[in-house]
Design a protein around this ligand. Structure first.
Ligand code: G3P
Ligand code: CA
Length: 243
C-alpha cells in the first residue's frame, strides 16, 4: 500500500511558530509533500494566515482578527511566543502562494468563518487562486459544507476536503458531490477505523488531522489514508518509513 502524503499542519509547527514563513520553509526543507494553513479575513478584506479568531495565543497583539485592518495586524509579532520562536511578521496568503509556486508541493487551505463575512472568505480565496494560477497545487478545506459548496461553484477545478469533527450523517462513507476528499480527525478513526474503507468504496480518499503520535501514524499508514496532517513532518516521515 502507498504511504500517506505528509502535510505540514500550520507549517512545521512543533519546531517553529505556526503560520509563519519560517514554519513553512522548515516544512519544505524537511520534504513535506503538502502544507496546511488556515485563512481569515482582515477588516479590510485581506486573507491572512491565522488559526484563532483572536490574536492572543499566537502573537503579542490583542483583539479579533476580523475587526483589525491588515496594517494593524502587521504591527504585531507572531513568532516570539513560541518556545523555538523569534520575532516574525504576519503571514498573508499571497506570500504562501508565492512560496509554493513552481515547487512540487500541495497547499491545503482551510477557510475559517468570521460570522460577519459570510462566504466572503471563499470568494476572496477564489480570486487569489485566479491571480496566482495555482489551481492544480491547491486543495480547499472547510468544516462547513456550505463553504465547500460555494467554493466549488466558484472554482470547479480545485479539489476540496470536507473536514469532519464527527462522522454523523457521513458515517456510511458518501459525501455531497462538491467534496472530493473526506477529512476526519484522527480521534474518529481510533473509534471507527473501518470508516476509511467505507469512504474509499464511496469514492473518497481520506485526509486525516492531526497525526503526531506514533500509534496514530501507524494507524493511518495501516488504513491506507491518502493525506496525513502533522505538526512534525520530519518525525512523522521517519515513523511512516520505519519498518
Ligand atoms: O487540517 C485540518 C485541521 O487543521 C482542522 O482543525 O482546528 O487545526 O484548524 P484546526
Ligand atoms: Ca486548520
Amino acid at each position: 500500500m502507498e504511504l500517506p502524503s505528509v502535510v505540514a499542519h500550520r507549517g512545521a509547527s512543533t519546531d517553529r511558530p505556526e503560520h509563519t514563513i519560517g514554519a513553512y520553509e522548515l516544512a519544505l526543507s524537511e520534504s513535506a509533500d503538502g502544507l496546511e494553513c488556515d485563512v481569515r479575513l482582515s477588516r479590510d478584506g485581506q486573507l491572512v494566515c491565522v488559526h484563532d479568531r483572536t490574536l492572543s495565543r499566537t502573537s503579542n497583539g490583542r483583539g479579533t482578527v476580523s475587526t483589525l485592518s491588515l496594517e494593524q495586524l502587521k504591527q504585531f509579532d507572531y513568532g516570539s511566543w513560541h518556545r523555538h520562536g523569534q520575532a516574525a511578521g504576519l503571514l498573508v496568503l499571497d506570500e504562501l502562494l508565492d512560496l509554493v509556486k513552481g515547487k512540487n508541493v500541495q497547499l491545503f487551505v482551510e477557510t475559517k468563518h468570521p460570522v460577519r463575512y459570510r462566504n466572503e472568505v471563499e470568494r476572496k480565496l477564489a480570486e487569489a487562486l485566479k491571480r496566482h494560477a495555482l489551481d492544480a497545487q491547491i486543495v480547499m478545506m472547510s468544516f462547513s459544507p456550505t463553504a465547500v459548496r460555494v467554493f466549488r461553484e466558484l472554482v470547479p477545478d480545485v479539489r476540496t476536503v470536507l473536514l469532519l469533527d464527527r462522522l454523523g450523517r457521513y458515517r456510511a462513507g458518501a459525501l455531497p458531490e462538491f467534496a472530493d476528499y473526506t477529512g476526519p480527525g484522527v480521534h474518529l478513526l481510533r473509534r471507527d477505523p473501518g470508516y476509511v474503507d467505507r469512504a474509499r468504496r464511496a469514492g473518497h480518499e481520506t485526509y486525516v488531522w492531526t497525526v503526531d503520535r506514533p500509534e496514530d501514524v501507524a494507524l493511518c499508514r495501516d488504513l491506507g489514508v491518502r493525506f496525513l496532517a502533522t505538526n512534525a513532518p520530519a518525525n512523522t516521515r521517519r515513523l511512516l518509513t520505519a519498518n
